[in-house]
Design a binder for this molecule. Structure first.
Ligand code: FAD
Length: 519
């Protein structure tokens, strides 16, 4: 195992408490749950399968006070120890963000309390544990005919994990990301304080934590906004061979109220057989023409749309879809339709997970790259990246879809491009272990670097989503005008920089001064 180091800067003038003393001191904390000091290796891995930082202990909390007591204990030890603490949701980060080298990892899924409670009424919501998986929240809220409004493409992620980033999917153009669909949080800060926060109560902490990369506190409870859940989904795919027409149609669809309920898209480069795999689950609008369609290895752009409905509305929803499709300029023979239950639509990636796991292809390295590109530069980006840097999309899907910034609350810690409309572009690559070819890790990482270099050189105004940087200067550049507030919040809520060390923004330092960082 490659155990990289993210060790803090030690100040030789301060006494350093020995690691065995520190660990045995953890055993003195009164807990409802327990620590594990032996079975810790899985916490040194994540979905990315590239970064491995071994912790000293895993906390399996049974209560919020377990988390608070542990953080307080570490905080009160002060700068004399290197001990840090990382909440681990479902460990689906790709660059060690939920790991803590020689620190304590909090297994958030052990925190079962409070149980998900759904509140019906005019403004329905669910109170959920920060360690709850979105798939479980979906099932629980569906019992009341309700569901959250904004999703990720994959639901086996925790509330705390996605709210620390943003939670973006095809509903974000309308509802904003998941961080915009939360009424209230309970947070344990880096000093061990348990604080309830919302738009009107401790708002600075509330907005700081949303998109805050775990830097200001551990989310132990969240109040998630719900809406009436539909039963069924019309799921539609159409193809384009011109990027400009594809993106124009996408931008058109996100611009008005009665549009589709979900809008995404993806790129297909040099993939002749791909359409055949759809045909098992999607029906062509015009079977004969569709069967004759041949991509000839061209670069294609697939617009993916969904409209929610209940069975008694089938007739009307068909009319609405027909009208919406008539406004689009896709290649006519490439209309593919499917009708699936709402749950199956939302949980669609899990089906792929099961298949990939069966083939041993889920636990491979995932050198993912997620970018937010301003609308005004998306054509430059597409031309260079899809037309020049990438030769094919055989290593995994590349998603691309626009969202409206007006639906995104600018007060959160999330950093986005300046413009009103920007695109999420997600390169979701899987690497074949030990391959040295174009499907190998090195090749994909080099390609990622070329994409990042192009964005920087061409000054696209790109921002990374699920960001990862190796120096504080780069973090500062990422946050731009938000950096000062971010650092101030860190000094207020986690002054010893104990939390989420795997993000590598701040190091638990024994002698750093906040004024130096702000200077
Ligand atoms: P972890 O990886 O466990 O943690 C992520 C970070 O949050 C860490 O820094 C951790 O310390 C911190 N953290 C975890 N829990 C808490 C908490 N309770 N309080 C405070 N901090 C906490 N993202 C999207 O936006 N849209 C998508 O469609 C999407 N699809 C994905 C599909 C797959 C297959 C995968 C693997 C990831 C996808 N993601 C997507 C990315 C995903 O949202 C992030 O990786 C997210 O962090 C994973 O959640 P997790 O529960 O596994 O968090």
């Amino acid at each position: 195992m490659n155990l990289c180091s993210n060790l803090p800067l030690a100040d030789p003038s301060l006494p350093n408490l020995g690691s065995s003393y520190v660990l045995s001191s953890l055993k003195t904390i009164h807990l409802d749950g327990h620590f594990n000091f032996d079975n810790i290796y899985h916490a040194a891995n994540d979905f990315g399968n590239r970064h491995h930082y071994l912790p000293s202990a895993i906390l399996h909390p049974k209560s919020v006070s377990d988390i608070s007591s542990t953080i307080k204990h570490i905080f009160e030890m002060g700068p004399a120890t290197e001990l840090t603490i990382a909440a681990r949701g479902h460990g689906h980060s790709v660059q060690g963000q939920a790991q803590a080298h020689r620190g304590v990892v909090v297994n958030m899924e052990s925190l079962q309390a409070p149980k998900t409670i759904v509140h019906t009424g005019k403004m329905p919501y669910a109170d959920v544990s920060g360690g709850e998986l979105w798939i479980n929240i979906l099932h629980e809220s569906l019992k009341h005919g309700l569901a959250p409004k904004s999703w990720t493409d994959y639901l086996h992620l925790t509330v705390g994990g996605t709210l620390s980033n943003a939670g973006i999917s095809g509903q974000a153009f309308r509802h904003g990301p998941q961080i915009n669909n939360v009424y209230q949080l309970e947070v344990v800060t880096g000093k061990g304080d348990i604080i309830t926060c919302s738009e009107t109560q401790n708002a600075d902490l509330f907005y700081g934590v949303l998109g805050g990369l775990g830097q200001f506190g551990i989310i132990t409870r969240a109040r998630i906004s719900l809406e009436p859940a539909p039963k069924m989904v019309k799921w539609i795919r159409v193809l384009y061979s011109e990027f400009s027409i594809f993106s124009k149609d996408q931008e058109h669809l996100i611009s008005f109220k009665n549009s589709f309920d979900y809008i995404e898209g993806f790129v297909i480069i040099n993939r002749t057989g791909l359409l055949n795999t759809w045909r098992s689950s999607f029906n062509p609008g015009e079977p004969l023409q569709a069967s004759q369609f041949n991509s000839d290895g061209r670069t294609l752009y697939c617009l993916e749309m969904a409209k929610y409905f209940n069975p008694d509305e089938t007739h009307i929803v068909n009319q609405v879809i027909e009208s919406l499709l008539s406004e689009l300029s896709y290649i006519p023979s490439t209309l593919f339709l499917s009708e699936v239950p709402y749950v199956d639509f939302l949980d669609r990636v899990h089906v792929s997970e099961i298949k990939l796991r069966a083939k041993g292809l889920w636990e491979v390295p995932h050198p993912w790259l997620n970018l937010l590109i301003p609308k005004s530069r998306i054509h430059d980006f597409a031309k260079e990246v899809f037309g020049n840097i990438l030769r094919d999309t055989g290593n995994g899907p590349i998603l691309i879809y626009p969202v409206n910034k007006s639906k995104w609350n600018n007060r959160t810690s999330l950093v986005t491009p300046q413009e009103d409309i920007f695109y999420l572009v997600a390169f979701l690559s899987s690497a074949v272990p030990s391959s040295t070819g174009t499907d190998g890790l090195e090749h994909i990482l080099t390609q990622n670097e070329r994409i990042l270099d192009f964005c920087e050189g061409a000054r696209l105004g790109m921002k990374q989503y699920l960001p990862h940087y190796s120096t504080q200067d780069k973090w500062q550049a990422h946050f731009g005008p938000k950096w000062e507030v971010f650092v101030k919040r860190k000094s207020t809520y986690d002054p010893l920089a104990i939390l989420a060390p795997g993000q590598r923004i701040f190091q638990k330092a024994t002698s750093f001064s906040w004024s130096r960082i702000l200077a």
